[in-house]
Design a protein around this ligand. Structure first.
Ligand code: ADP
Ligand code: MG
Length: 253
């Protein structure tokens, strides 16, 4: 089976600062892949590379069998045009720590926006799907609310619905619950659990070790731009092999 995401020796630097120092990993279709590690270890940078927000400096990164950001001809690589990058990005949904909904639009309009603007969908079709998605994240009754009239957890669930509206084949979550009050975290994790049960391929950067253990199919511990340890969440989280993993887990568990 083809990997949904495959990284081979992925390097990324900002100027002289090396952030990713050779990441190798594979995410299978329908897998829930949790990425953990201390702040500054390169987790967000790696997601941004997958989502075409950054270009890798060396190594190869593939999404669904296609090289990210480049086209290969013979043994030469050519950078993709912006229009080609935009087309590839459509298939990847991303949810950030900050929900960044459009503040002047209702929840419903936020979820309808991309399919209309990017795919040229009709309002009727976009509205029908958006209502289904709001229902799926438990917010059908808040469709007419503006972001300022929603809690952080509700806004984050709208952000998930908005990402799903583009019918992505891969969802990236970058600490989706880190900015939430503790009592609002559970509802967001429940939505993510539901997505996982429906077979969505997900890469989740999180400090929620309970989620990683219960929902994750694999977990990768990253530190200082390298993968230190990876495997089944129950093994890695309960029986870490490396000192750096042990030290990290002793702080977050
Ligand atoms: P994490 O998400 O694991 O906390 P990041 O990927 O955000 O880590 O950051 C990894 C390192 O890369 C940090 O040292 C950060 O300062 C650096 N970094 C991230 N983005 C940039 C940027 N645009 N320019 C320069 N340095 C950056
Ligand atoms: Mg980060």
């Amino acid at each position: 089976m083809n990997a949904m995401v495959k990284a081979e020796g992925v390097h990324k630097s900002y100027g002289a600062v090396q952030v990713l120092k050779g990441i190798d990993l594979e995410v299978a279709p329908r897998e829930v892949f949790c990425l953990i590690g201390p702040s500054g270890s390169g987790k967000s940078t790696f997601l941004r590379c997958i989502n075409h927000l950054e270009k890798v400096n060396a190594g190869r990164l593939y999404v669904d069998g296609e090289l990210v950001g480049y086209r290969q001809k013979g043994d030469r690589l050519y950078e993709l045009k912006d229009s080609e990058v935009a087309r590839n990005r459509r298939d990847i949904g991303m949810v950030f720590q900050r929900f960044n909904l459009f503040p002047h639009m209702t929840a419903l309009a936020n979820v309808m926006e991309a399919p209309i603007q990017v795919k040229g969908e009709t309002k009727a079709v976009a509205r029908e799907r958006a209502m289904k998605l709001l229902d799926r994240v438990g917010l059908a009754d808040k469709a007419g609310n503006y972001p300022s009239q929603l809690s952080g957890g509700q806004q984050q669930r709208v952000a998930i619905a908005r990402a799903l509206a583009m019918e992505p084949k891969l969802m990236l979550f970058d600490e989706p619950t880190s900015a939430l009050d503790p009592e609002l975290v559970g509802d967001v994790l429940d939505v993510m659990r539901g997505l996982a049960e429906d077979g969505m391929t997900m890469i989740v950067v999180t400090h929620e070790m309970g989620f990683a253990r219960e929902v994750g199919d694999s977990v990768v511990f990253m530190d200082q731009g390298v993968v230190v340890e990876s495997g089944n969440p129950r093994d890695v989280l309960t029986n870490p092999q490396h000192d750096r993993t042990k030290a990290f887990l002793s702080k977050v568990l």
